[in-house]
Design a protein around this ligand. Structure first.
Ligand code: HEM
Length: 427
């Protein structure tokens, strides 16, 4: 029988964004937890107690039950007590600054999700394919023009998915850089290169302050666009969201702004992280590049493995609305539950040889896109855009190697390589 309480010193580093700069350190923590504390609680100083869910099957069991495990009653992401206290001051008692889909719970969640579910369905996304393929070609051409060396993360991985999703929303190209910056303040608030300038990371409330600023910046940016699209709807996602109806009426203001925020943030940093990992693997493993060049129909499987491998969303937190029995343990009503997607995707009981990148892995039922009612809304778009990019790049890439160590962002939330320096030859 495994232990019920995890020694705090074992988990404390996983609550620290800096640890995530070193993938081996992070995996060592979660591998140990899967083995000795697969479903146990921890009380890290400065944080409320959390159940840490590290096993694939447990994560799916919990994530599937979104009536029982809520996203909006407490902070949806890991936050210190001091940070959550400040959120409550900002919001008049709520635990989240944002009210996007991830923080909404049934029955409200489904109503908000339906506003965009058509646009993000397989059929909805098909309409976007020609535009996405054209963008993929632009970025493949850019890569070729940069030969023989570039930083793939900075030049391609960050910028391609940004353009794909912001074009769909209807954000003018001149504003894409601003959107990238705000996203990085939000998701990588603690990374020395990507954080909001001037933020003071020694202060445990800094995350809340930064997120408050990010909300206000997006609100200022999107309010005129919302008014414009409500008066003159166009064929873009901004028009779909701005005119979305809940029970026949308009969306609540904070939820409307948050809808724009999640669409403009969740849709690219995650994909960028995954794409950066993809090139990193190609640079380490010439056998994979050769196989993909000879068998382009393996590209979708390669993409799927990059998502499992990268697991860019490290965690989301749920809180229990009632007592719940699992593995002989009782999660009590009100308890916080930390879902480690990263750990579940390396679970030895779910994936043979989980620490081997296997682009031919089949089946590959990873939880990189989450699981249950909150499964990534952009799942089809993400796959489609990554497949489109690799289909352009792989036939033109003769060889690739690293010219230095890729550098991971310091983030315990959305995390991926911020630099992948490569030398490459083109066909
Ligand atoms: C939700 C991962 C790309 C939009 C999620 C969740 C994960 C995730 C793990 C689950 C959140 C939870 O458990 O509460 C990823 C990964 C991506 C990706 C790994 C790329 C490789 C995208 C794209 C979009 C997007 C391209 C497009 C805008 C969303 C939205 C949600 C979400 C709106 C909230 C869904 C809900 O709560 O109902 N994503 N995502 N994501 N994702 Fe993605």
């Amino acid at each position: 029988m495994s232990e019920t309480m995890i020694p705090p010193e074992l988990v404390a580093p996983a609550f620290n964004p800096a640890t995530f700069a070193n993938r081996d350190d992070v995996h060592a923590i979660f591998t140990r937890l899967r083995k000795d504390y697969p479903l146990s609680q921890v009380e890290v100083p400065g944080y409320d107690p959390h159940w840490i869910v590290t096993k694939y099957a447990d994560l799916r069991e919990i994530a599937r039950q979104d009536e029982i495990f809520h996203g909006g009653d407490r902070s949806k992401t890991l936050i210190s007590q001091a940070g959550e206290e400040l959120v409550k001051q900002y919001t008049g008692g709520q635990s989240n600054i944002f009210r996007s889909l991830v923080q909404l719970d049934p029955p409200e969640h489904q109503k908000y999700r339906s506003v965009c579910s058509g646009a993000f369905s397989l059929d909805g996304i098909k309409a976007a394919l020609p535009g996405v393929e054209a963008t993929a070609k632009i970025f493949a051409d850019k890569l070729i023009s940069l030969a023989p060396e570039c930083d793939f993360a900075a030049e391609i991985a960050f910028l391609y998915p940004l353009k794909v999703v912001l074009d769909l929303i209807g954000v003018p190209e001149a504003d894409h850089a601003k959107m990238l910056e705000l996203t990085q303040w939000l998701f990588t608030y603690a990374d020395p290169d990507l954080k909001r300038p001037g933020s003071d990371l020694t202060d445990p409330q800094e995350i809340t302050r930064t997120w408050g600023i990010v909300f206000e910046e997006f609100e200022k940016y999107y309010q005129p666009m919302i008014a414009d699209r409500q008066q003159c709807p166009r064929h873009d996602l901004a028009s779909v969201i701005a005119n979305g109806k809940i029970d026949g009426g308009p969306m609540e203001h904070r939820a409307l702004i948050s809808y724009f925020i999640i669409a403009s943030t969740a849709g690219h940093d995650t994909t960028a992280a995954t794409t950066g990992h993809g090139m990193w693997q190609l640079a380490m493993r010439p056998d994979i590049l050769a196989d993909l060049k000879a068998n382009p129909d393996l590209i979708p499987g390669f993409v799927e493995e990059t998502i499992r491998w990268a697991s860019p969303v490290q965690q989301f937190v749920r809180s229990a609305t009632q007592d719940y029995e699992i593995k002989g343990r009782t999660i009590r009503k009100g308890d916080l539950v930390y879902l480690s997607y990263l750990s579940a995707n390396r679970d030895e009981d779910a994936f043979p040889d989980p620490f081997t990148f296997d682009h031919r892995r089949s089946p590959n039922r990873h939880v990189g896109f989450g699981f249950g009612g909150h499964t990534c809304l952009g799942i089809h778009l993400a796959r489609m855009e990554m497949i489109a990019l690799w289909k352009e790049i792989i036939p033109r890439l003769k060889s690739v190697e690293l010219t230095g160590e890729p550098r991971m962002a310091e983030s315990e939330f959305v995390c991926g390589p911020k630099s992948v320096p490569i030398r490459f030859e083109v066909e």
